[in-house]
Design a protein around this ligand. Structure first.
Ligand SMILES: Cc1cc2nc3c(=O)[nH]c(=O)nc-3n(C[C@H](O)[C@H](O)[C@H](O)COP(=O)(O)O)c2cc1C
Length: 735
C-alpha cells in the first residue's frame, strides 16, 4: 500500500482546506473552556422540579430549560415576539442575565461547518474530515515505520529539522485528530440525514383532560427525584394547548412525557443507539463538557497549519533530491543492474552518478527500485544501494525485497551491496547487512564485500567507487554531486595557528555570523539557529562536494568557529588554512541532532582527540548553567596541538568545565584517551550512574578504542555502550 504517496498528496491538497477547519476549530475550542470556567459557580444543585418551579415563575413565555454539557443552565423563552436565552443560576434558579452561546462570532462556526458555502461547503467539510481520517491513519503507519514498530512508538524520535518537527507533532496530534475526524464524519452523516436521530416512532402522548388544573412543576414526582446533573432538557407544556405535556430528556439517554395535570409518566423512551453515538460524537468533536479535551482539540486544530507547512517543505525537498535517471536501459538488455532502496530519496543521487559512470564506461545499466529485484540471462553484475530506515529496517517501498531475493534462485551475476546509513543509529546499515547475508547465504558470487556509507558521505562513496573500478578492472569517472542546501558567505575574523605534527598544522578559525538576509539565515539553519556539535559544510572554490567540520560554537556565541587540521593534498583543508582575516568561505550548516547536547542538567563526559575536541569545547563554552562536564582530551604534544588550551583553563576556572583530563601521546610516558578513561574508571562510572551523557569526537580508530574501554569500565554497572547508544546517552562524531 503506498501510504506515503496517499499521505503526501492528500495532505497537500485536502490539507489546504483543513487549514481553515483546523484554525476555526482551534478558535471554537475556546468556548468549552470558558463555559467550564463560568459554570464552576454551581455547586450543591437542587432537583429539576425545584429549579423549574423557580424559572417558570421568573421567566415569562418559558419554553424549555437546558443543561449544557459544561453544567451551565439556560432557559429559552418566547415572549412578546422575542426569542430569549437566559443564564440560570443552578443553585437558586435565579436569572443571571442573557446567555451568549459563543465567544466567537457566528460566522466562525459557519466557516468551520460549511466554509460559508451552504450545503456544498458542508459536503466539502465532510470530505476534509474523511481526508483527515485517512491522513491520520497513513500518518500513523508512517510513524510506526519510522520508529520501528508499536513498541517503539513512545521512543526517541530521531531525524532532523522539518522532518523531525512533522513527525514529533504528528505523534502528539494524531490520536486527537483521528478521534475528532471520526466524530466529524458522524456529525456530517447526521447533517445529510444518512443517520436518523429521531426514534422510529413518535409517541406524541397527550395530557388527560379529566382534571381541571395543572400540577405545579415542583410536585411532578419524576422531576422531584431527577438530579439536575442528569437533566439534558426540560420542555414546558404550551400554556395554550391543554393536551400538551412536559417533556424531559436525561443525560443517561432517555426521554419521557409527563401529564401536566396528573404528573404521571405517560411514555418513556430509551435513547436510540444513534442518539447515544451522537452524544459522544458531539463531545469528542466539540469538547463541550470536557474542557481538558477541548484544550487538546484546540492544540490539535492549531497544529494543522504546522503540518501542512512542514509537509509542503518536505515534499518540495523530496522532489528536488531525487534525480531523473536519463537513458535507463531495459532490464533484459542490461549487463549491470543497480537496485535502490531509499526512504528519503538521497540514495537515488548515488545511483544516478553510478548509472552515468558505468554507462560512460560502456556498460548497459538498468536502475530500478529494490522491490523489482530480478536478474536476466545477460546480467553480469548486480549492485544494490540500500539505505536503512526506522530502527534498522528497510525503507518502506522495499519491505518485501528480502523475501523476494530469498525466493530468487542465485545466478552467475556477481553482487555488491553498498549500505547507506548513519552511525548515530544503533543498527548502522542493518538493512544492507541483512541483504548482504541473504545474497551470501543464497550463494550469489561476490563482486565486492559489503561497504557502508555514513551520512551520505561523498568521500566514502568516491572511495567505494575506486574499489568498484578495481574489481571491474577498468577506470570509472563517477561524478556524484550531492544535493546542497542554500549556502552563505562566512568571513574570517581571526585564526589561531598550531604547529601540529610534521606537515599537518592545525588552526582554529573564527568567522563572523553572516549578514541577516533570509537566504543566509536558511543556510545557517533557519530561525532556530545552529548549536555546537552541528556540522558546517564548507565548499572549497570550484568544488561541488562539501567537507564537513564540527562546529565549536553555537549561534548564541555570536560567531562560527572550527578547528581544522591541514591534510596534505586535501582540497578543503588547504583552502581553509590559506584564509586570512577578511577572506570568505561558502558554507552551510547541517544539523547533527543525535550528537549535539540537549539543554538539561545531566552531567556530560566529553571525550575527544585532536581537532575532535572542537565540538566538545563548544559544549563547554555554552555551559552557562554550569552542568557538571568532564573533558578527556587526547593530543600528541602540549606544545604543538593542545587546541583551545587557554580557553579550557579559563572555563575550568569559571565553572563551565568541572574537570579537565589531558593526555599526550608523544611526550614522556604518554598515552591515549582510553588509557586516561581506564585510570579514571571509578569516576567515569559515578558520572554514568548519575545519568551522564557521553559524547566522543575524533578519529574512527580512537572512537573504537574508547568504546572498548568504556564497555570494560561500565560492565560492573551492567551497562554497555550499545545500551547507552540506544537510549541516546552515547553518541559519537567520527571522521
Ligand atoms: C527516521 C530515520 C531513521 C533512520 N534509521 C537508520 C537506522 O536504523 N540505521 C542507519 O544506519 N541509518 C538510519 N537512518 C539514516 C539513513 O539511512 C541515511 O540518512 C540514508 O543515507 C538515507 O537515505 P535515503 O535518503 O535514500 O533514504 C535513518 C534516517 C531517518 C531519517
Amino acid at each position: 500500500m503506498p501510504f506515503r504517496l496517499i499521505h503526501r498528496w492528500l495532505g497537500l491538497v485536502a490539507g489546504a482546506l483543513a487549514l481553515v477547519l483546523g484554525f476555526t476549530g482551534a478558535m471554537l475550542a475556546l468556548d468549552p473552556v470558558t463555559d467550564a470556567w463560568q459554570a464552576r459557580a454551581g455547586a450543591g444543585e437542587p432537583s429539576v422540579a425545584a429549579l423549574a418551579q423557580r424559572v417558570g415563575a421568573d421567566v415569562p413565555g418559558i419554553e424549555e430549560i437546558r443543561r449544557l454539557p459544561s453544567g451551565m443552565i439556560v432557559a429559552y423563552s418566547y415572549d412578546q415576539g422575542e426569542v430569549r436565552a437566559d443564564r440560570i443560576d443552578p443553585v437558586d434558579g435565579r436569572v443571571r442575565g442573557p446567555w451568549q452561546p459563543s465567544l466567537m462570532p457566528r460566522w466562525v462556526k459557519n466557516l468551520h461547518r460549511s466554509l460559508l458555502l451552504g450545503d456544498v461547503g458542508r459536503a466539502a467539510a465532510a470530505v476534509v474530515a474523511l481526508s483527515m481520517l485517512v491522513l491520520s491513519i497513513t500518518g500513523l503507519v508512517l510513524l510506526l515505520r519510522r520508529l520501528g514498530g508499536w513498541r517503539r512508538l513512545g521512543g526517541r524520535m530521531r531525524g532532523r529539522g522539518m522532518d523531525r518537527l512533522h513527525a514529533v507533532t504528528g505523534r502528539l496530534a494524531i490520536p486527537v485528530l483521528l478521534v475528532s475526524a471520526l466524530a466529524a464524519l458522524w456529525l456530517s452523516a447526521t447533517t445529510f440525514n444518512l443517520v436518523s436521530l429521531h426514534p422510529p416512532d413518535d409517541p406524541d402522548p397527550i395530557s388527560t383532560s379529566a382534571l381541571a388544573d395543572d400540577l405545579p412543576v415542583a410536585q411532578l414526582p419524576l422531576l422531584q427525584t431527577l438530579p439536575l446533573s442528569e437533566l439534558k432538557r426540560l420542555g414546558f407544556p404550551n400554556p395554550d394547548d391543554p393536551e400538551d405535556t412536559w417533556q424531559v430528556t436525561t443525560t443517561t439517554g432517555g426521554q419521557g412525557w409527563l401529564d401536566r395535570r396528573s404528573g404521571e409518566l405517560l411514555v418513556w423512551q430509551d435513547a436510540t443507539l444513534a442518539q447515544r453515538i451522537h452524544g459522544w460524537a458531539m463531545l469528542l468533536h466539540t469538547g463541550e463538557g470536557a474542557w481538558v479535551w477541548a484544550v487538546l482539540l484546540g492544540l490539535a486544530g492549531a497544529s494543522i497549519p504546522l503540518f501542512w507547512f512542514t509537509g509542503l517543505i518536505l515534499w518540495w525537498r523530496a522532489r528536488r533530491v531525487r534525480p531523473r535517471i536519463v537513458g535507463n536501459q531495459p532490464l533484459p538488455q542490461a549487463d549491470t543492474l543497480v537496485f535502490v532502496a531509499s526512504e528519503t530519496g538521497t540514495t537515488w543521487g548515488f545511483a544516478a552518478a553510478l548509472h552515468a559512470a558505468l554507462g560512460q564506461a560502456g556498460h548497459r545499466v538498468h536502475v530500478a527500485p529494490l522491490e523489482h529485484f530480478q536478474a536476466a540471462a545477460g546480467t553480469r553484475r548486480i549492485i544494490v544501494l540500500a539505505a536503512t530506515y526506522g530502527d534498522g529496517q528497510s525503507p518502506a517501498h522495499a519491505t518485501g525485497a528480502l523475501e523476494k531475493i530469498a525466493r530468487t534462485a542465485p545466478q552467475d551475476a556477481a553482487v555488491a551491496v553498498l549500505g547507506f546509513g548513519d552511525r548515530q543509529y544503533p543498527a548502522f546499515c542493518a538493512f544492507a547487512d541483512a541483504l548482504e547475508q541473504s545474497f551470501r547465504a543464497q550463494g550469489w558470487p561476490t563482486l565486492l564485500p559489503l561497504a557502508r556509507i555514513h551520512q551520505q558521505s561523498a568521500q566514502e562513496f568516491a572511495r567505494w567507487c575506486e574499489t568498484l573500478a578495481e574489481a571491474l578492472g577498468e577506470p570509472l569517472q563517477v561524478h556524484y554531486r550531492p544535493h546542497l542546501p542554500p549556502t552563505c558567505e562566512l568571513r574570517l575574523i581571526s585564526r589561531e595557528s598550531y604547529p601540529g605534527q610534521g606537515d599537518r598544522p592545525g588552526a582554529i578559525l573564527r568567522f563572523a555570523l553572516p549578514a541577516r538576509g533570509w537566504r543566509d539565515r536558511l543556510a545557517m539553519r533557519g530561525l532556530g539557529g545552529f548549536v555546537a556539535g552541528d556540522l558546517l559544510g564548507v565548499l572549497a572554490p570550484g568544488s561541488s562536494v562539501p567537507r564537513y567540520y564540527s562546529l565549536a560554537s553555537g549561534h548564541r556565541d555570536g560567531f562560527v568557529e572550527l578547528c581544522v587540521r591541514l591534510l596534505p593534498g586535501g582540497e578543503c583543508s588547504t583552502f581553509l588554512h590559506g584564509l586570512a582575516p577578511g577572506d570568505a568561505a561558502r558554507a552551510f550548516v547541517r544539523p547533527n541532532p543525535g550528537f549535539t547536547l540537549e539543554r538539561d542538567r545531566r552531567p556530560a563526559v566529553l571525550i575527544g582527540a585532536g581537532t575532535g575536541v572542537a565540538p566538545l569545547a563548544g559544549f563547554i563554552r555554552g555551559n552557562r548553567r554550569h552542568v557538571p562536564m568532564h573533558l578527556y582530551f587526547g593530543a600528541r604534544d602540549p606544545a604543538r596541538d593542545f587546541y583551545f588550551g587557554e580557553s579550557l583553563a579559563q572555563w575550568l576556572a569559571d565553572g563551565r568545565l568541572t574537570r579537565l583530563r589531558t593526555i599526550f601521546s608523544r611526550v614522556g610516558d604518554g598515552g591515549y584517551v582510553q588509557d586516561a578513561l581506564r585510570q579514571d574508571a571509578q569516576s567515569v562510572r559515578e558520572a554514568v550512574r548519575a545519568g551522564a551523557r557521553i559524547r566522543v569526537c575524533g578519529s574512527r580508530p580512537m572512537a573504537h578504542d574508547v568504546v572498548l574501554a568504556l564497555d570494560e569500565i561500565l560492565a560492573p554497572l551492567d551497562l554497555d555502550i550499545a545500551r547507552l547508544r540506544a537510549g541516546g546517552r552515547y553518541a559519537e562524531d567520527v571522521f
